[in-house]
Design a protein. Structure first.
Length: 401
């Protein structure tokens, strides 16, 4: 009877080649896995080094912001730190001294104040937001009854931007600015947008009250950055609406806030006076209170032309009504000349509101077109909220005459 040991011997002999093949396959698998683990180890080492560098960067002390005063010949620069004093410091080896110019913003080492990096120039968000990104859609066809005023405006704003060579041949300097004065709603802002549309210029619109800031020097800085941005984005048009908010007459006695407004005004006068070349930059402003403007703003050399925008005449009102009602479904029975006669004293904005009110009355009655009765109701509604401008007690009766 054979033993168990004798029975297993033939089995081990017959499977020796299979075992050898199995060991070779397992060895190859282990080699592949070892290479993969070595690759993962190298990757983790790189990630570890990156995270250590990132951690060191986050733990680094903050840098000081300064301004370059002057670049010296020995490779050093004179800087003004945010703390106030001026220092002569060295620059980092990674920074080329030729890239530095007076006025540049730079990052300084917290302890040695060495220049580490050059920073991009910054502007106040209020100034950056003043630029109208989309080109104005208004054009000269959208303005009715102001043909003479438009010609004067185009001569002083549009021609220097479109035909600068003619001014060189004639031998005169382009006008510096134009001031639009007139009652509210007569189309001053609309005219500025139409000019920007015609010239393909960058349109920068700012309200005068936005230049009035709380802290000393902030308003003047905004004015300076406003003109600097206009120069960088030339050709451009700066339009300051409600100029009387910052350009009121200066008084001998006033509060701290009044004195800050006066500082802003003086900075505006300096920019308008041409101390800083503006290139292809046109200046426009509008106000409905020319009687309170400072006399220094109104002299030639700052605003070379003052254009008065009056309330529309009967003929002008007829043109404005047709402009605002061209997209409205109007009944053929509507008599535009009659409406123009009944709307004496209304401004262009009032006439636009009149067309809207007439359309609302038609919608209220579930009609698809506007009838003469709708305009009659709209005239009563619009005129009821207007003051009696014919009253002799009104202080603005002769304001624009």
């Amino acid at each position: 009877m054979p033993t168990k040991k004798n029975e297993d011997a033939p089995l081990r002999t017959s499977n020796s080649e299979d075992m050898h093949a199995w060991f070779a396959e397992e060895t190859e698998k282990f080699d592949t896995k070892q290479k993969q683990l070595e690759a993962d180890n190298s990757r983790l080492k790189r990630e570890n080094a990156h995270l250590k560098g990132e951690l060191a960067r986050l733990r680094a002390p903050p840098q000081v912001i300064g301004t370059v005063r002057d670049v010296l010949e020995d490779g050093q620069v004179c800087i003004k730190s945010s703390s106030g004093p001026d220092f002569v410091v060295t620059i980092s080896d990674k920074l080329d001294i030729k890239d530095l110019t007076p006025g540049d913003r730079v990052a300084l080492h917290r302890q040695t104040l060495s220049v580490l990096n050059r920073l991009p120039s910054t502007k106040d968000p209020l100034v950056m937001g003043a630029e109208v990104d989309n080109k104005p859609t208004e054009n000269y066809k959208d303005i009715g009854g102001l043909k003479k005023q438009l010609e004067e405006l185009r001569d002083i704003v549009e021609l220097p931007l479109l035909k600068p060579d003619l001014f060189t041949k004639v031998g005169i300097e382009p006008p510096k600015g134009v001031l639009l004065v007139g009652p509210p709603g007569t189309g001053k802002t609309l005219m500025a947008k139409a000019v920007a549309n015609a010239t393909n210029a960058t349109f920068i619109r700012l309200i005068g009250s936005e230049l009035v800031q709380k802290y000393i020097g902030e308003g003047a800085r905004l004015v300076r950055e406003l003109f600097q941005m206009a120069s960088e984005k030339a050709p451009s048009i700066i339009f300051i609406d409600e100029l009387d908010a910052v350009g009121a007459k200066r008084m001998d006695i006033g509060t701290t806030g009044d004195r800050e407004v006066q500082r802003t005004l003086m900075q505006l006068l300096g920019e308008l006076d041409g101390f800083t070349p503006r290139g292809n930059t046109a200046i426009m402003a509008a106000t409905n209170r020319p009687d309170i403007l400072d006399e220094a703003l109104l002299r030639p050399g700052r605003f070379d032309r003052i254009i008065t925008i009056p309330l529309p005449s009967e003929e002008a009102r007829l043109k404005i009504l047709k402009i605002h009602s061209k997209s409205i479904s109007i009944s053929k029975k509507v008599n535009y000349p009659k409406i123009a006669k009944l709307t004496k004293g209304l401004s262009g904005a009032d006439l636009r509101s009149l067309c809207v009110e007439a359309g609302i009355f038609a919608i209220h009655d579930s009609r698809k077109s506007v009838t003469p009765d709708d305009f009659d109701k709209a005239i009563k509604k619009v005129t009821q909220r207007l003051p009696d401008t014919d009253s002799p007690t009104d202080p603005e009766v002769d304001l624009y005459n």
